[in-house]
Design a protein around this ligand. Structure first.
Ligand SMILES: [Zn+2]
Length: 90
């Protein structure tokens, strides 16, 4: 009962999950962060959501990082190929 009242007064789960996503992008204020932290202390569902969101975000960050490395390697190979072509035509 107390948890339900706190949910209503403090922050709904829908707002909390939105703030979790915004927090991941460093877009929440100190006040929003405090409200979110208080919500997370009483809401196990949102704590689970936070953990899953972190795992998903980490996966995509790693994937983007890996693709950036692949792109950089491709650019370096093309540079070498161009340089070899230029050297061969001298
Ligand atoms: Zn919640």
């Amino acid at each position: 009962m107390i948890k339900r009242i706190i949910h209503k007064l403090l922050l709904s789960c829908q707002e909390a999950t939105l703030l979790l996503e915004l927090k991941g992008a460093n877009q929440i204020s100190v006040f929003q962060n405090i409200r979110l932290s208080l919500h997370l202390t009483i809401c196990s569902i949102c704590r689970i959501y936070k953990q899953k969101s972190y795992v998903i975000n980490k996966y995509f960050e790693d994937k983007i990082h890996d693709e950036a490395i692949d792109n950089q390697a491709t650019i370096e190979r093309l540079k070498e190929k161009i340089n070899r072509s230029l050297s061969a035509n001298k």
